[in-house]
Design a protein around this ligand. Sequence first.
Ligand SMILES: Nc1ncnc2c1ncn2[C@@H]1O[C@H](COP(=O)(O)OP(=O)(O)O)[C@@H](O)[C@H]1O
Ligand SMILES: [Mg+2]
Length: 326
Amino acid sequence: MIKIKNLNKSYDMDNILTDINLNISKGQIYGLMGQSGAGKSTLLRCINGLENFDSGELLVADTNLKHISKNDLRVFRKKIGMIFQDFALMSRRNVLENVALPMECWNYSPMEIKKKSEALLELVGILYKKNSMPSELSGGQKQRVAIARALSLNPEILLCDEATSALDPNTTDSILNLLSDINKEMGITIVLVTHEVDVIKNICDRAAIISKGRIVANNTVEDIFLKESEALYELIGKKILTIPKNHKIIKLSARNDDVQSNFIWELSTQNKTKLSIVSANIEQYKNKSFGHLYISVHDNEIESALKYCSSKKIDYELITENMMRE
Ligand SMILES: Nc1ncnc2c1ncn2[C@@H]1O[C@H](COP(=O)(O)OP(=O)(O)O)[C@@H](O)[C@H]1O
Ligand SMILES: [Mg+2]
């Protein structure tokens, strides 16, 4: 659905996006995470044809955006819906009129506009507010109106730029559930840009991390959280653990039912590794659970412990100093 190949973009000689390669399949919910200023919004604006780029290929919904004419661009942009952090509703129009706006621009008949707007407001659960003004709505309600408006021209792709960043955690969950339902029921491909890691964990299939205009990780959500720890730690910027003197930390990962309850016991009794558990957590991503167990092992025993992990086919990682910074 979206193919990006070696894309580069600069503003006034500054490279903003460097060598971006991404493939987003039809029907996916794709997450794009990165710190503020990383280039996320710029990439989204390239994808919806609002912004041009210097070099590379960009294919979106069967349209090559490299040398697109103005008229083709207008037709292309019908295929893309977009929602924003600040909702971007027209303050002088009521809810129904906001949803109707794109259809008015495309000269739909008044009958059709009314029917479609009401159906969409019903879909996003806010038809009862159809005569309200945006100023009379909560943040979550405003975003529902914006979603209805973004769907009004039957787009193939929905781009969400920090769509939940201004909402409280419960409202965020309800909007994410709505997006997930829309994805399932209508088969719309969703690209979700956010700086909030939890948003990605909750609904995305695959995700990329963008840092200073470059993609530094691109994987299934499961593997982003299990394997791309360095990129993730840079993004979250958290101190993870402190290492005892002359010790190293091994991070053991487990998925779903293969939480290796006996493994620690085996490592300590059979392999005679003196270890202490530093931290353990189980997290829920979509409908799966994953666990991480951090154990600390003395430098003298680290090699033997790692060998033992390998022999038992346990997913492990030696945590290095640079992942420990605040
Ligand atoms: N129109 C513009 N002109 C010049 N620089 C811009 C423009 N838009 C964005 N930038 C710069 O591009 C970088 C990436 O911005 P942006 O894509 O908005 O990041 P993000 O959405 O990840 O926060 C920033 O350094 C920003 O200052
Ligand atoms: Mg942005």
